[in-house]
Design a protein around this ligand. Structure first.
Ligand code: 5GP
Ligand code: SF4
Ligand code: MG
Length: 464
């Protein structure tokens, strides 16, 4: 998962991009980068860590030009190295090209192997670079033609922004896995993964790129192209469950409204006899609100999150039980003690964090704990840019509901149904990807996607 932002045609392009990345920080905290074009050369800055750590005033003032793109990267593998930070910048016979990418190309290693055999030398281990190599090997008079042909050689999930000498290009894959929006922004044209990045910049005329749409902007001139359509679009439904910020609008729906509706439906499908509804912050907030509204059970902020916990902290010398989770979350005993509690969260991946949270709430004196999850059981790994562990590590892939409930030590456990979830979204049910719940992988792959190895998220990383 990653966040991307770009703008064409504004004096302060790099500064706006920096602000856009700030708003998209939740989509990735491993590294961030920004590139600008000043009509003569590219200026690049990339670093490990969060946006605030990387871009200082001196750095930003160096990133001149009226065209810029940026990226926040989510940790997708153990090898989190600066070299894999984006933007990726290369020189080609069509001039310098810079790219940022949100998504994943499941079969890109095959294209990469072919290109390497034919002499290409890759700078990074990321799949994004494959697109640049395909472009470099097939130069055209108009750069967009080179991109359009490269994109027909790869399949998968991508929302892309490119800086070229002749403009900024935005592209969304024909499946439409990841969101990508466009807006007018103080005389310029901006693009972002989520609409929340436009709000601070007072952008207007916000619209979402269509699946397969490619937009080229140079100054005031905007041109639109379309990649060949696929049978069914596959917008990632999990964006609405977990990834996107609640103040964003994506895929034509308000994320907070969708999450609240999921909570309401959860209360209808799986009611609980309890005295308070407590969200697991932050992802459980809106579904818990919905659950409370529908059930009439009072909403209480019984778990407080420490927002200042960075990626790593020093482990204590002697062991403190459930240290990792307890640094981030702490129960409010006065609210919980002696109560029957409905605990609401968005998803269970491995189950390890959920188990610790249930224990913590139990230790704070809860009489009963009824865990309600606002999405269906996660049974299959994601190959389209969200970091889920291997299939064996997904608790719901191995166990039945009652076994999971036993492991988590809750008094009851229920998930939202898949039909219910899809009913909370305004689009056609068939137009969303639901593979992590039902194994319906829409992008053809050479390997059986259900067997594939994906990158583990560490327990310490869970729910940042
Ligand atoms: P678990 O009990 O599976 O260890 O952790 C569940 C928590 O992980 C939930 O609160 C959920 O919000 C969070 N979560 C779900 N998907 C992801 C993900 O892709 N990355 C991270 N870091 N957390 C996730
Ligand atoms: Fe989203 Fe799940 Fe599909 Fe991945 S598998 S794109 S997380 S819906
Ligand atoms: Mg969570």
């Amino acid at each position: 998962m990653c966040g991307i932002f770009g703008i064409e045609g504004h004096e302060e392009a790099a500064y706006f991009t920096y602000l856009g990345l700030y708003a998209l920080q939740h989509r990735g905290q491993e590294s961030a980068g920004l590139v600008s074009w000043d009509e003569a050369q590219m200026h690049v800055e990339r670093g490990m860590g969060e946006v605030a750590d990387i871009f200082k005033p001196r750095v930003l003032s160096r990133l001149e030009g009226r065209r810029a793109i940026g990226h926040t990267r989510y940790s997708t593998s153990g090898t989190s190295v600066l070299n894999n930070a984006q933007p990726v910048v290369v020189n080609t016979s069509m001039g310098p090209l810079a790219i940022v990418h949100n998504g994943n190309l499941p079969d890109s290693h095959l294209v990469r192997q072919r290109l390497e055999k034919e002499g290409s030398i890759f700078q990074t281990t990321s799949d994004t670079e494959v697109i640049l190599h395909l472009m470099a090997r097939n130069p055209r008079e108009r750069i967009v033609d080179s991109l359009l042909s490269a994109l027909q050689e790869v399949q998968g999930a991508y929302s892309l922004l490119l800086v070229t000498e002749n403009g900024l290009i935005a592209a969304r894959d024909p499946y439409g896995f990841r969101p990508l929006l466009m807006a007018e922004c103080q005389g310029g044209t901006a693009f972002a993964s989520e609409s929340c990045a436009f709000d601070l910049l007072e952008a207007t005329r916000v619209e979402e790129l269509q699946p397969g749409e490619v937009v080229v902007v140079q100054g005031d001139n905007i041109e639109r192209y379309h990649l060949p359509p696929v049978h069914k679009p596959s917008r990632c439904a999990f964006e609405h469950v977990y990834f996107a910020r609640p103040d964003s609008n994506i895929f034509g729906d308000s994320v907070s409204s969708v999450r609240t509706a999921m909570g309401r439906l959860l209360a209808e499908e799986s009611p609980a006899n309890a005295e308070i509804v407590v969200p697991v912050p932050d992802s459980g907030l809106f579904p818990a609100l919905g659950f409370s509204k529908k059930s009439g059970i009072p909403f209480e902020l019984g778990l407080i999150r420490n927002h200042y916990v960075g990626r790593t902290f020093i482990q204590p010398q002697q062991s403190i039980r459930d240290f990792g989770v307890r640094v981030k979350l702490n129960p409010v005993r006065q609210l919980i003690e002696g109560k029957k509690v409905v605990l609401v969260d968005d998803s269970i991946v491995r189950g390890t964090t959920s188990r610790k949270i249930v224990r913590m709430v139990r230790d704070a004196g809860a009489k009963e704990i009824h865990l309600r999850i606002s999405s269906p059981p996660t049974r299959w790994p994601c190959h389209y840019g969200i970091d889920t562990p291997r299939r064996e590590e997904l608790i719901a892939a191995r166990w039945e509901l009652d076994e999971i409930c036993g492991y988590i030590e809750a008094d009851s456990l229920a998930y939202l149904s898949l039909e219910g979830l899809l009913g909370c979204l305004s689009g056609e049910p068939a137009s969303y990807c639901t593979a992590c719940w039902n194994g319906d992988y829409r992008v053809p792959m050479t390997a059986d996607p259900r067997q594939g190895r994906l990158f583990p998220i560490s327990t310490e990383d869970a729910d940042r």
